[in-house]
Design a protein around this ligand. Structure first.
Ligand code: PLP
Length: 354
């Protein structure tokens, strides 16, 4: 830290992204990307749009917003696009959390919530998950804080039902409840329909995982038009051109090819079953996942050791530097071939370590 860095932020601990090695030597199962390339339409649309890179993009993202709203069954003024859903989450912290509201989220969840709370200087509480890593819905009823919940949760993969989400939203009418649905397309129920009923619900989704577009940075917030207007106030105070021209075009390409996305999600769900049964065969335990990853631990070998030995064998998974979940690794569901390589490497490790 230089002597010029803001004293107000001297306690800020930034987010640590998963490793992104530049060489292709690893089987990469550590950051929940799709193993499949984006739809050919997304690639073609993006390439075509590059011919107009001398021009600023449309700050309202009108065409993509309209197309997306139609797909989600909401109005255009109920959707806002972000530079990844991380940006929407930041807008939400900035817009809906202050010293009076405070924030709350599970103690084991997406690490960025705590970082954004720090950046926005918001007082926050981390609510413990239960022993079995499920979320105790009753802890969130009438909480009176701005609430952030990932559904399915990361890194556990466990989903709440729509009824449970509704209970939480309904019991906190004077605070915004943010439901982060980064993984919803892999097997959970979306809360989007509830935005018509509750003016305090913000649903956040992303093109990064199920739509194979992590590299393009595109996410969205879906809420009643008043909340979207608030988020726009933050956006236009920070970066009106937050979605670049090529990403906008790629997003339209993906939405023109919904069969492709559905097909990818189906393949990943099938391979998730296969991965879970193979892991169980090797003695791993894990909560049943509704996402594109499995959060697994072995009774005999530490999570850190499994992470390290897998990396030596060319397979990257995610191990978190958090004592509460140190036994676990989060393993992204890849292709069947990638899973087979993972399972072979794990079998070798089991033999070598026992
Ligand atoms: C990946 C992820 C995000 C961020 O996604 P981007 O759209 O790539 O910024 C948000 N929330 C959760 C829970 C995630 O796992």
């Amino acid at each position: 830290m230089s002597r010029f860095f803001s004293r107000e932020l001297d306690k800020l601990t930034p987010y640590t992204p998963g490793e992104q090695p530049r060489d292709a030597q690893y089987i990469k199962l550590n950051t929940n990307e799709s193993p499949y390339p984006p739809s050919p339409k997304a690639i073609a649309y993006a390439a075509e749009s590059a011919q107009r890179l001398q021009l600023y993009p449309d700050p309202t993202c009108k065409e993509l917003t309209q197309t997306l709203a139609k797909e989600l069954g909401v109005e255009s003024d109920e959707v806002l696009l972000g530079n990844g859903s991380d940006e929407i989450l930041f807008f939400a912290f900035r817009a809906f959390c202050d010293s009076e509201t405070g924030a709350a989220f599970p103690n084991i969840s997406y690490g960025f919530y705590e970082v954004f709370a720090g950046l926005c200087k918001t007082d926050y509480t981390k609510i413990p998950l239960k022993e079995d890593l499920t979320l105790a819905v009753e802890d969130y009823l009438g909480l009176g804080r701005t609430i952030f919940i990932a559904n399915p949760n990361a890194p556990t993969g466990i989903a709440l039902t729509l009824d449970e989400i509704e209970k939480i939203v309904k019991s906190n009418p004077d605070r915004v409840v943010v439901i982060d649905e980064a993984y919803v397309d892999f097997g959970a129920q979306s809360a989007v329909p509830l935005i018509k009923k509750y003016d305090n619900l913000l649903v956040v989704q992303t093109f990064s995982k199920s739509r194979s577009m992590a590299g393009a940075r595109l996410g969205m917030g879906i809420a009643c038009s008043d909340l979207i207007r608030d988020l726009n106030t933050i956006k236009y105070s920070l970066n009106p051109y937050n979605i670049n021209r090529m990403t906008m075009a790629a997003g339209l390409g993906i939405l023109a090819d919904t069969d492709y996305t559905r097909d990818c999600c189906k393949k990943i769900a099938e391979n998730r079953s296969y991965t879970q049964s193979e892991l169980a065969r090797l003695g791993f335990s894990f909560p049943d996942s509704s996402a594109n990853f499995v959060f697994a631990r072995h009774p005999k070998i530490s999570g850190e050791k499994i992470y390290r030995r897998l990396k030596e064998k060319g397979v990257l998974v995610r191990h978190f530097d958090n004592p509460l979940i140190t036994d676990y690794n989060r393993i992204t569901i890849g292709t069947k071939e990638q899973t087979d390589a993972l399972i072979t490497a794990l079998s070798e490790i089991m033999e070598e370590e026992q």
